[in-house]
Write a protein that binds this ligand. Structure first.
Ligand code: PLP
Length: 398
């Protein structure tokens, strides 16, 4: 039925999943897998964490949706919680806008940046958005225009105007591109869909300095890296910088769709009543789930644990890379990749699955591992064992 009735936009692994618990999922035949896809970085606190399940159950029975024509408690509390986190990272007077996905959080950031320049600063000629080659910011037209990868843009032209691209991790090129026309620079602290490529801290620091000096905003797209994934609540904290705007989504709702834009002062003046809106954005159900996710992150100290677990995973992957003569392991915290150096990622994904481990290929050569932050050290060892068996089988098949 999926193949007959769904538009063929996805290449799926041949697996029907029916249940999840922590870092494990079960297929329809009862077979268990370690889930290092993690719903593409969504299952931060694992699948069906009891606190998230209970929050969703309670809220679903109380009130699911109201529209933003009214106040609701979960949205207010979630905004306050995330604003506090942003404040702890050094952002001034942060304020939130809630959307329903990563791409919508990015759209909100792009629109705010343009309106801030045009209306608040009174510089309508300052509309350009600069992004990095190899970036991924989403699939809607604005976010797609910001996504510096030809393969995503190719079939959808014309895209919105006023976007330009610079090589990633090249501060000099960024310096040449930012001008009096630049409304904002948008960057990922680790390019996720682009192959798990960390930014040099010096690059992010240069981006902060250059945008500030030249009157442009700095947007950090933390949709994949945010909420502890890289071992700090926001990945940019590791570079010691404060962006003007932060985009969040993926792990925030524990699996429920929610995106968020955090705007620090003075960028937060960029939106006024009527500037932007979302029917579902900030609905009580998704916000209540997100509050539970933040509780779990804090109570189980998962952000800090992501550092140590990530290091263990990285070391294991680096050992496999060496042993099998692969290109490299790379990543930050629990956002890791194994670059095979040859176009065999799809085959190794299939073999790993047969060995009980779910991973995905972010490129023909590269496997990505995004385990839930609740994954135990034993499960990380287990995953490395499964990957080792998969690589051994791949090698002997050549
Ligand atoms: C996944 C992702 C998006 C898009 O999120 P959706 O919820 O799929 O729209 C945007 N930016 C980054 C960095 C992402 O990883």
């Amino acid at each position: 039925m999926s193949d007959q009735y769904l538009l063929p936009t996805y290449t799926r692994q041949p697996l029907v999943l029916v249940r999840g618990e922590g870092a494990q999922v079960w297929d329809v035949n009862g077979r268990v897998y370690l889930d290092f896809v993690g719903g593409i970085a969504v299952a931060l606190v694992g699948h069906c964490h009891p606190q998230v399940v209970s929050a969703v159950q309670q809220q679903a029975a109380e009130l699911i949706h109201t529209s933003n024509l009214f106040y609701t408690e979960p949205a207010a509390r979630l905004a306050a919680r995330l604003a506090q986190q942003a404040q702890r990272a050094g952002l001034k007077q942060p304020r939130l806008f809630f959307a329903n996905s990563g791409t919508e959080a990015v759209e909100a950031a792009l629109k705010l940046a343009r309106r801030f320049a045009a209306v608040v600063k009174g510089e309508p000629g300052r509309y350009e958005i600069i992004s990095a080659l190899g970036s991924f910011h989403g699939r809607t037209m604005g976010a797609l225009a910001a996504t510096g990868q030809e393969k995503y843009q190719r079939d959808f032209r014309p895209l919105p105007e006023g976007f330009r691209y610079v090589p990633y991790n090249d501060a000099a090129a960024l310096g040449r591109a930012i001008s009096e026309k630049t409304a904002a620079v948008i960057l990922e602290a680790v390019q996720g869909e682009g192959g798990v490529r960390p930014a040099d801290p010096g690059y992010l620091q240069a981006a902060r300095r250059l945008t500030r000096e030249r009157g442009a905003l700095l947007i950090l797209d933390e949709v994949q890296t945010g909420l502890g994934r890289t071992g700090s609540f926001f990945a940019f904290e590791q570079a010691g910088i404060q962006p003007d705007l932060i985009c969040l989504a993926k792990g925030l709702g524990g699996g429920l769709p929610i995106g968020a834009l955090i705007a620090a002062a003075p960028a937060s003046q960029g939106f006024a009543p009527g500037s932007h809106a979302s029917t579902f954005g900030g609905n009580p159900l998704a916000c209540r789930a997100a509050l539970a996710v933040l509780d779990v992150l804090e109570q189980e100290q998962l952000v800090k644990a992501a550092q140590a677990k990530g290091e263990r995973l990285y070391q294991g992957l680096a050992a496999l890379a060496q042993r099998f003569g692969l290109a490299q392991a790379r990543g930050v915290g629990l956002m890791q990749a194994l670059d095979l150096g040859t176009e065999a990622a799809a085959q190794v994904v299939d073999l790993a699955r047969e060995e009980g481990l779910l991973v995905n290929a972010v490129s023909p050569t590269t496997l990505r591992l995004l385990p839930p932050l609740v994954t135990s050290s034993e499960q990380i060892q287990e995953a490395l064992g499964a990957l080792e068996r998969a690589l051994t089988r791949w090698r002997s098949s050549l």
